[in-house]
Design a protein around this ligand. Sequence first.
Ligand code: ADP
Ligand code: MG
Length: 232
Amino acid sequence: TKEMLRQSDKLSAIGQLAAGIAHEIRNPLTSLRGFIQLLDASVGGAQRNYCQIMLSELDRINLIVSELLVLAKPQAVRFQPKDLSELIRNVLSLLESQANLKNIQMHASIDEQLPLISCEENQIKQVLLNLCKNAMEALPDGGEIYVKGQQVSAEHIQISIRDNGCGIDPERIPRMGEPFYTTKENGTGLGLMVSQRILEDHGGSLQIESERQKGTTVSIVLPVCVKSASQV
Ligand code: ADP
Ligand code: MG
């Protein structure tokens, strides 16, 4: 246990360092972005194209840095009782227009009167967003996504996100959630790892089931808020 403590000290020191560096990287990125936008407005032809490439590459750096920031956990997390069905609807409405564009139908079926969960709202939204985005990205030619929320035991709520997309080879499933493991041209390979980490922090878990060409179901389980359980 002494060795484990030393390890976790080391990890939290590394986390803090990473968070510090991430913040330091973000500020110059913001000013770079601003100047490139100015440049973009004053040049023409091929140079415009270069500006667009620079902007999208900057956005990619930003995305990676923000995902690393979640991992480093610099923010003080405040757990509060929240209604999951509201969070789910919230996330789905964020994705609605993108889904329409890609010819994807999103269906939600959420049990009435789900008990509250104790969570950091933005982090759980991040998880739902990451998983729904993966489902959408598995449907390049459109398709269906079903989001289901239900109470599975006195203490647990389950949310499952199912798509009828490309699926995953069984031997690749264990690799998902490894840092930087991606099969996408523009992927970061951080979404699932970040999600898993957030769920662990909430005492929850994540499970992936998939069949090649048929689709994928990602289920997460979260503990019910103790207060709300005792009120019921
Ligand atoms: P990214 O989306 O940036 O690639 P993730 O950590 O979110 O990173 O996902 C890692 C990999 O897991 C993806 O590149 C993809 O191969 C696979 N994956 C995740 N979700 C799905 C899904 N719903 N359907 C098919 N493959 C998936
Ligand atoms: Mg992803």
